[in-house]
Structure formats: C-alpha cells, structure tokens
Design a protein around this ligand. Structure first.
Ligand code: SAJ
Length: 436
C-alpha cells in the first residue's frame, strides 16, 4: 500500500456494524468490497438498497454504490485492508455462556488465501480477550509462507489489530466518525498500521494499545453500563416494595454532583450489553461476582415486570390493556433480545385478546403473538379504547402524549416517561385491586 494512494478495503460481514462501516469507508474515497455469506444481502446492496434500518444509511449506501465505491460479493478478493465485523454470540444452551468465535475464525479462513505482503487485518467484532491472537494463529496456520506478527523475529508481512466499534444503534453513522477509537495491535507496529487507516475516516481520537487491552476495553464498556442499569433496576424493585416512586428518588439523588444513576426499564435488551459481560465472566468466573449478579438482576427485572403487570390486569377483569412498545429501546426498529417483546408476549399468552400492542416501528407483530388473538393498534386507538397502559419502550411518540389524553388511564410506566401521570401503578396498588 503506498501511503499517498487510497487503499482498497474488504469488509467481512455486512450487518448492523459492517454495512455502515463499509459505507463510511467508501464515502472517504476507498474502494470497498463487502463480503457476506448471504446472497440476498449481497444482491440488495448491489442494487444500492439496504437490508437493515439505520438513520440515513439508505441514502449513503445508494450514493457509494452508484459511484462504484462500494460493491458486495459472497466471494473474497485481494485488498489492502481487511475489516472483520461478524457476529460473536455466546452458547445459550450451556450454563456457562461460552463465547462462540467460530464466525471470526471462519472469516480468517476466508481471507487467508488472498492475503499478501503489506496487508492489514483488523477485527472489529466484540470478542473475548485473546481472540485477535487466535485469528492470527488461524492465518499463520493457513499461510505458512507469510511472516505474521508476534510469531516472527523479522518484520512481519502483514499487520493484525483489534479495533472495536462503539456505536449506538440509531446514531451509527455519526458515532462511527466522531467517537474515539481504541486500536490494539498484536505489536505496536500493527497498531500504527491500523491507526493510519482509521485516520482516513474517523474524526474522534484514535488511541493505540495492545490487542488484548483493546478487547477487554470493549467488554468493560458494556459491562459498566450493564452493572449501572442493574443498580437502577434493583432500585425500582426496592421502590415498588416500599411504595416509592423510583423516578422521583433517582431524580433527587442525581442532584448530587457525583451521582448519576441510570434509568430503570423492563430489563436490558439488544445484542451488546446483555451479551458482552458474559465474555468477561467466562474468562474469569471466580473473579466476577458483581458482573454476574448484575446480569441476573437485569434478566430478573423482565420477570418482575411480567408479574406486576399480571397482578394489575387480573385485578381489573373488564379492562382492555395496551402494551406500548416492543423494541429493545427507544425510537428504533430493533427487536433483538427485547425485554418489551418478552413482557408483551407473556401477557399475550396469558390474557389473549384483552391485550393490544402498539409498536409504530413494527409492520406486524412478531411470530410469538400468532394465535393469541392480540391485535396491533396505533397509539390513538389505544388511548381511545384501552383502560390500562403498560409502557415498555420510551418511544418519542409515546412520550409526547399529553396528560389530558391519559389522565383517566391506569398506567404501569416501566420507563418513567410520564412523570405527571396521576395514577401510576405500584405493587401495593395492584394488590389493592384499584377499580378503573
Ligand atoms: N437501558 C436501560 N436504562 C438505561 C440505559 C439503557 O434500561 O439507563 C436499556 C435499553 O433500554 C436497552 C439496553 O439497556 O434495552 C441497551 O441500550 P443502550 O442504548 O444502553 O445500548 P446499545 O445496546 O444500543 O449499545 C451499546 C452501547 N454501549 C454503551 O453505551 C457502553 C454502544 O456504544 C455499543 O457500541 C453497543 O452497545 C455495542 O455494539 O456493543
């Protein structure tokens, strides 16, 4: 790669992170080949269209495909830089949540045959500590002709680094550019090579370190958030028991200059915060009681919300119920591992057609609602026809409903979006069987 010329880039995995990343790199003027195992995804992108929802991504992809800067394929081709952004799930079935890095190793096997002197390989997938080295070992095994970093005393032929994304769904394009990045090289030279690449499109500060520290940093960021949300969720359960309004307590506590409690909710969803802490726990099971407990608290919160909602609905046998929201968080159409979806579907199975679901970001209800008799309605219908409102997601369209339209409703607000609501349900009230 000549320093003055723009490198060609291959992005492996065109999902929620890979596709926006590929598009942003292409916009910076590099020629990008996106690689995906799905023929359908490849065809969609080559038409200039997208298969995921993300703010402004459609226009960007359309533009870079039209300019010939981004194309997709199921077959690898030589490039100067390889960016790997494939899933790293964990094994749910075994109790110890072992990380599954098979997609990363498969990506390494895919690109190994086309690697050449001077190439840079960067792993972006959230990964357990040591994964970048395992990827390097896989490349070394497949390409004994190449000198790889950390396994040679000579100058290596290729550079290998770890650089996690830290973007927030719904703000991906902006955060890809503006967030700081940690870039961990297998060796310092590897980190410098990766740094030179990211400098082409990242405005945030790029900080170099070693690969293992960068891997741990990413896990720590999401575990930090999980632990702090668990604290808020535990407070909400305690407040329920004591008949207190947790939102009021948090609002007041946060007036302390060094206290910043996060928001309780129906649990923690998405594919990051509820998953990544397990990678730390799995790597050091005896040293992580706090992180493990936080995971448990956040998972149990979903069941607490179901139980509380059930008590409320049972106590009002004639009432019609609206569950507001299915997404895993506000203002997005992502339903992966969503606690709202879990709660609503449990209520649907238990109470059938008494339950209605409002989810402006879903064209239809997910499969688990089939046969329950539950209807999807819009927020206006819910306000007109339902007596109980269970707020599960803090979408803006719910937040802006004025008090006058909901004052007579019985509201269980798991997100605290309506602080002025006069009839907020606490556990005690549900037991008292409030009449609607
Ligand atoms: N949540 C709460 N209370 C809060 C904040 C969040 O209950 O106060 C819930 C949300 O409703 C949602 C879940 O937590 O169910 C996660 O939402 P989020 O917005 O906190 O995070 P994600 O999963 O969308 O994205 C996270 C981000 N990580 C951090 O903020 C440390 C993002 O920067 C990462 O790039 C992303 O994980 C990832 O890919 O790892």
């Amino acid at each position: 790669m000549k320093s003055e010329s723009k490198p060609s880039v291959c992005v492996v995995g065109l999902g929620y992170i890979g596709l926006p990343t590929a598009a942003v790199i292409a916009r910076a003027g590099c020629t990008v080949l996106g690689l995906d195992v799905s023929q359908k995804v490849v065809e969609t992108i080559n038409r200039g269209e997208i298969h995921i929802e993300e703010v402004d991504l459609d226009g960007l992809v359309q533009g870079v495909v039209a300019r010939g800067l981004l194309s997709a394929s199921t077959t690898v081709a030589p490039a100067d830089i390889f960016v790997i952004a494939v899933p790293t799930p964990f094994h749910k079935e075994d109790g110890d949540h072992a990380p599954d890095i098979s997609y990363v190793l498969a990506a390494a096997r895919t690109i190994a045959p086309v690697l050449k002197h001077g190439d840079v390989v960067i792993l972006e997938s959230t990964s357990p500590v040591g994964t970048t080295e395992q990827m390097r070992d896989m490349i070394a095994k497949m390409r004994p002709d190449l000198k790889v970093p950390g396994l040679t005393h000579d100058t290596p032929d290729i550079a290998i680094a770890y650089c996690p994304e830290r973007v927030l769904p719904g703000r991906i394009l902006e955060e890809l550019i503006n967030n700081d990045r940690s870039i961990g090289g297998i060796t310092p030279r590897c980190a410098r090579k990766a740094l030179a690449f990211y400098k082409r499109f990242v405005r945030g500060e790029c900080v170099t370190t070693d690969a293992r520290s960068a891997e741990m940093t990413k896990l720590v960021e999401n575990a930090y958030r999980d632990v702090n949300i668990a604290f808020a969720n535990e407070l909400s359960i305690v407040s329920d028991k004591m008949g207190l309004d947790v939102w009021e307590v948090i609002r007041l506590a946060n007036r302390h200059p060094r206290v910043n409690i996060l928001s309780p909710g129906p649990g923690v969803g998405g594919h990051c915060i509820a998953v990544d802490p397990w990678f730390i726990v799995h790597g050091a099971p005896d040293e992580t009681p706090l992180i493990r407990t936080a995971r448990g608290v956040n998972d149990r919160k979903m069941h607490h919300v179901v139980a509380k909602a059930e008590a409320l609905i049972e106590a009002q046998p004639e009432a019609k119920v609206a569950c507001l929201g299915l997404a895993f968080k506000a203002n997005i159409d992502d339903f992966r591992e969503s606690p709202a979806r879990f709660v609503a579907s449990r209520l649907a199975r238990r109470f059938g057609a008494r339950i209605h679901v409002v989810e402006p970001y879903a064209a239809e209800l997910p499969i688990e609602f089939t046969g329950t008799g539950v209807l999807q309605i819009d927020i206006d219908d819910a306000l007109e026809t339902c007596d109980i409102l269970i707020v599960l997601v803090d979408h803006d369209v719910f937040r802006v409903v004025p008090l006058a339209e909901r004052a007579t409703k019985l509201v269980y607000d798991t997100r605290g979006i309506w602080p002025d609501q006069p009839r907020v349900v606490r556990e005690e009230e549900a037991r008292l069987k409030l009449a609607v």
